[in-house]
Design a binder for this molecule. Structure first.
Ligand code: ZN
Length: 323
């Protein structure tokens, strides 16, 4: 059902937008004091506000709490992009609608930033013992969750820095200093993950959600299996659930992970069946309204993940408690 809507909604959006434009064009556009940046997903929003500091106004296209894979822009999103200087999206696999949408909605001045440029993509993972269903026909492509490898996250930060500097060269040294500070924190985070995850009883983690942590697993040499494919709207099959239950027992795992913003129903079902516990692993696609209001950062979400991975994989204490 979602599939059909995906094709219909962008057409509707463009039609409505065309109507809105004719009215807008007569309105004066005062030159902005700050750069206006619109980003799709939460990590981009968080990176852009950190790099841009007080010289940039950043907004998150996805309303807090909204599931990212099924998101489609609406007419008022087109108006926001119309007024923006920079539009940052994750990559063509995460937001296949982004380029076309931003080109038709954006003004002549709009700079489109593919934050995934320069990143090496991994193939989209498949659910545990999957059958022929592979995410409704679009699961066979590349894995869009590049931000969960913190080396990729550093590339994304630099892409954003380059875009801000291109649009506002007078402040390029300021953006460069902020970007370097953020990259340093991402490097430190990466090191904490490496150290903590090197001394664990288990090397496998199971996830009751969609296949979002392939990049993270690969970076730290872990084995990862999920209930559903790389798109969050793919429902796990009964055979997948049976396979995950078997895997929990075979590996002697004590925890299964659930994802943010979606029901932990699958994880809870497996946990009940096997007598284990559920821990949250935050994919950071988007953020809850509560975390958004509180100003929670990507680094904070990842620190929570590391603490839960440490518990779930039974790693020794060492550095995971530090910020
Ligand atoms: Zn995802």
């Amino acid at each position: 059902m979602l599939l059909n809507m995906r094709h219909i909604i962008p057409v509707l959006v463009l039609a409505l937008f065309a109507a809105a434009c004719t009215k807008q064009d007569s309105a004066p556009h005062p030159p902005p004091r700050q750069l206006t940046v619109v980003t799709t997903l939460f990590p981009l929003y968080d990176f852009a506000r950190t790099v841009g500091g007080e010289r940039v106004r950043v907004s998150l296209l996805l309303p807090p709490g909204v599931e990212a894979h099924s998101f489609q822009p609406r007419p008022d999103d087109a108006l926001r992009i119309r007024a923006a200087d920079v539009f940052v999206y994750t990559n063509q696999y995460m937001e296949p609608w982004a380029i076309k949408f931003a080109r038709s909605a954006g003004g002549n001045q709009l700079l489109l930033v593919d934050s995934g440029a320069g990143v090496t993509f991994l193939r989209g993972g498949r659910p545990e013992q999957h059958d022929e269903h592979d995410g409704h026909g679009h699961g066979a492509g590349m894995d869009p969750h590049i931000w969960l490898d913190f080396a990729n996250a550093q590339i994304m930060v630099r892409s954003i820095e380059a875009a801000l500097a291109a649009k506002d060269p007078a402040n390029s040294a300021y953006y460069a200093a902020n970007a370097t500070a953020l990259v340093d924190r991402l490097k430190a985070l990466d090191l904490r993950f490496t150290e903590t995850l090197s001394s664990c009883r288990h090397r496998t983690f199971l996830h009751g959600g969609h296949y979002a942590f392939g990049y993270l697993a690969r970076r730290y040499g872990l084995t990862y299996a999920s209930a559903a494919a790389v798109n969050a709207d793919a429902e796990p099959t009964p055979s997948t659930l049976v396979a995950l239950v078997k895997r929990v027992k075979m590996e002697g795992l004590k925890y299964i992970f659930s994802e943010e913003l979606l029901s932990p129903r699958i994880s809870e079902m497996i946990a009940r069946e096997t007598g284990i516990s559920v821990l949250m692993l935050h994919g950071a696609h988007n953020i809850s309204t509560e975390d958004f209001t509180r100003g929670t950062t990507f680094l904070e979400l990842m620190s929570r993940n590391l603490e839960n991975l440490r518990i779930g994989l039974q790693c020794s204490e060492q550095s995971s408690q530090q910020r």
